[in-house]
Design a protein around this ligand. Structure first.
Ligand code: 5AD
Ligand code: SF4
Length: 480
C-alpha cells in the first residue's frame, strides 16, 4: 500500500495564549505594507476565494486578504470547486459561529480529495483561541495554512510556502503593528469599510474579542482622512468607520484628538454618507452627540449595544454603565438629533439572569424604542470570566427569552418603519432583486431597507423614494 507522505511545515508558530491573556503589550508601530518583489506573480494563472464569517471587522480583513492575493497574481472566483486557494476567515464570538466553520472544513475535504493541489487556509478570530489549532490539526489534516488576526500582511510568504508544498501555522499571541497601504479589493463598489482602530480594551466578561483582537490601536487621523477622501474621489457614496469601540478612538495616540474630532473632520469631506460601528455606551459622550448633531454626511442612526437592561447583570458583564446612564445619553441624543434611529445588541440568559432581570431588559427596550436589535442567547467562550459562572436555565427557557424579546423588538422595528409611511426618503441604491431586474433595494439615511421599482442604472446612486407601506423588515416605496 502506498504510504501517505506527511507534508512538512514551512513555518510552525503556535500562539502562547498566556502571553495574550496577560496582555504583554508592546508599543504599536505604524508601518508601510510592502511585498517582496520576488513574490509578486506567484499566483499568476491561479484562482482564490475568501469565505468570511462574523462581523464587519472580518469583512474588512477579507478585503485586505483579497487585495494581497490579487497583488500576488491570483484571480477571484465565485465557488470553492474551481478555486486553487480557499481561505476561511473565521469568527469566534459564539459557539454556533464556530460549528459552522467546522462544517465547512468537513465539506471542503471532499472537494480537495479530487483536487489535492488545492490550498486550504483558515484564519481570523478562531485561530487566536485556546486549543483550536490542535483540534484542526487533528481533525482536519487537509488544512494547509493557519494564521491569526495579527499577521494578515505575512500572507505572501505563507502562500509561497504552500505553493512549494509546505504547510504553515503562524499565529501571534500579541497584537501586531498597524500596516498602512495594504491593497484592498472592496466587495462593494459604492460602500466601503474603513478601520479607524483595531482591538478592544473593554474585557466584558462574556466576550472573546479582547483576546482574539488584542489591545486597542488607533490609526493616525491623517491616514483615515486620506483614505476617506480617496474613496470620495473614487465615487464611493458611503463609508462605515470600524472599531470594536470607536468612542475610544485616539486614546492610545499621544495626541489630543478624539472620535468626535474625527467625525467633524470627515464631515467636511465630500462623501454623502458616513456611518460608524460600534460604540460603547460608557464612552459615548457629549462631544460625539454634538458631532452627530452637525448632520451633513453623518447619518441619523446609532448602533449602541446595550446588552442588558438590568444593572446587576450589566455589572457582572463588566459593562461599566447603568441602564439609567444609557437612557440619559439616548435622551440627549434624541433631543440633539431629532428622529434619529437607535439600534442595539442584546444578550439574553447571561449566567444568573433572573426572570425579573430579563424583564428589565424588556422595559429598557420599551423606553428607548430600539428600531432594530441583534439579539443573542449567551454562549460561553472558553477563557472568558463568564464561562465559569453558573447558568441554571434550560435551553428551552433561554430560547423562550429570546423569542419574547424579539417579539417586543419587532413591534418597535415596525413602529420605526411606520413613521416613514407617506414620507419621501433618500435611498442609496445597493442592488436589484435577483428575481426581478426592475425591483431595486437600498438603505435610507436611518439605515432602513427600502424596495422599489426602478432600473439598474440607478444602482450606486442616491435617489428620492416615497414610502408607500411599512413592513417589519423593509419599506415598500416608489421612485419619485
Ligand atoms: N454570547 C452571546 N453573544 C455575545 N456577543 C458577544 N459575546 C457573546 C457571547 N459570548 C454579542 C454581543 C456583542 C455582539 C457583537 O455579539 O451582543 O455586542
Ligand atoms: Fe468579529 Fe468578534 Fe467575530 Fe472576531 S469574534 S470576527 S471581532 S465578531
Amino acid at each position: 500500500m502506498e504510504k501517505k507522505i506527511k507534508k512538512e511545515y514551512g513555518i510552525c508558530n503556535k500562539p502562547d495564549l498566556k502571553l495574550a491573556r496577560k496582555r504583554m503589550t508592546k508599543s504599536t508601530n505604524i508601518l508601510e505594507y510592502k511585498v517582496a518583489n520576488e513574490l509578486i506573480g506567484i499566483g499568476n494563472g491561479k484562482t482564490y476565494i475568501v469565505k468570511t464569517y462574523g462581523c464587519q471587522g472580518n469583512l474588512a480583513d477579507s478585503e485586505k486578504i483579497s487585495g494581497i492575493l490579487e497583488q500576488l497574481g491570483f484571480t477571484k472566483v465565485e465557488t470553492e470547486e474551481i478555486a486553487d486557494v480557499v481561505l476561511f476567515n473565521t469568527c469566534a464570538i459564539r459557539e454556533n459561529a464556530e460549528n459552522r466553520i467546522y462544517g465547512e472544513l468537513g465539506r471542503i475535504k471532499r472537494i480537495k480529495k479530487n483536487r489535492p493541489d488545492m490550498i486550504i487556509g483558515i484564519c481570523g478570530c478562531m485561530m487566536q483561541e485556546e486549543n483550536t489549532i490542535e483540534y484542526i490539526q487533528k481533525k482536519y489534516p487537509h488544512v494547509d495554512l493557519i494564521f491569526g488576526t495579527h499577521n494578515i500582511t505575512d500572507l505572501p510568504e505563507y502562500i509561497n510556502y504552500n505553493l512549494n508544498n509546505k504547510k504553515v501555522i503562524d499565529v501571534k499571541s500579541i497584537e501586531g503593528d498597524i500596516f498602512e497601504n495594504v491593497p484592498v479589493i472592496r466587495d462593494h463598489p459604492y460602500k466601503a469599510w474603513v478601520n479607524i482602530m483595531y482591538g478592544c480594551d473593554e474585557f466584558c466578561t462574556y466576550c472573546i474579542v479582547p483576546y482574539t483582537r488584542g489591545k486597542e490601536r488607533s490609526r493616525r487621523p491623517d491616514d483615515i482622512i486620506k483614505e476617506v477622501q480617496d474613496l470620495a474621489n473614487a465615487g464611493y457614496q458611503e463609508v462605515t468607520l470600524l472599531g470594536q469601540n470607536v468612542n475610544a478612538y485616539g486614546n492610545d495616540l499621544k495626541i489630543d484628538y478624539t472620535f468626535a474630532d474625527l467625525l467633524k473632520d470627515l464631515n467636511k469631506i465630500n462623501i454623502p454618507r458616513i456611518r460608524f460601528t460600534t460604540s460603547h455606551p460608557r464612552d459615548f459622550d457629549d462631544a460625539t452627540i454634538e458631532a452627530m448633531a452637525l448632520g451633513g454626511n453623518i447619518m441619523p442612526h446609532l448602533h449602541l449595544p446595550v446588552q442588558s437592561g438590568n444593572d446587576e447583570v450589566l455589572k457582572r458583564m463588566n459593562r461599566k454603565y447603568t441602564s439609567a446612564d444609557y437612557i440619559e445619553k439616548m435622551t440627549k441624543l434624541k433631543e440633539a438629533v431629532p428622529g434619529i434611529s437607535i439600534t442595539t445588541d442584546i444578550i439574553v440568559a447571561f449566567p444568573g439572569e433572573t426572570e425579573e432581570q430579563f424583564q428589565d431588559t424588556i422595559k429598557l427596550v420599551k423606553t428607548i424604542e430600539f428600531e432594530g436589535a441583534f439579539t443573542f442567547i449567551y454562549s460561553p467562550r472558553e477563557g472568558t470570566p463568564a464561562a465559569k459562572y453558573e447558568n441554571p436555565l434550560t435551553e428551552e427557557e433561554k430560547k423562550q427569552r429570546l423569542l419574547t424579546l424579539n417579539k417586543v423588538i419587532n413591534a418597535y422595528t415596525n413602529k420605526g418603519h411606520k413613521r416613514f409611511e407617506n414620507e419621501i426618503v433618500e435611498v442609496l441604491v445597493d442592488g436589484y432583486s435577483k428575481n426581478n431586474d426592475n425591483m431595486l433595494t437600498g438603505y435610507t439615511k436611518h439605515n432602513m431597507l427600502v424596495n422599489f421599482e426602478g432600473t439598474k442604472e440607478l444602482v450606486g446612486k442616491i435617489v428620492k423614494v416615497k414610502v408607500l407601506k411599512a413592513y417589519t423588515w423593509h419599506l415598500l416605496g416608489e421612485l419619485i
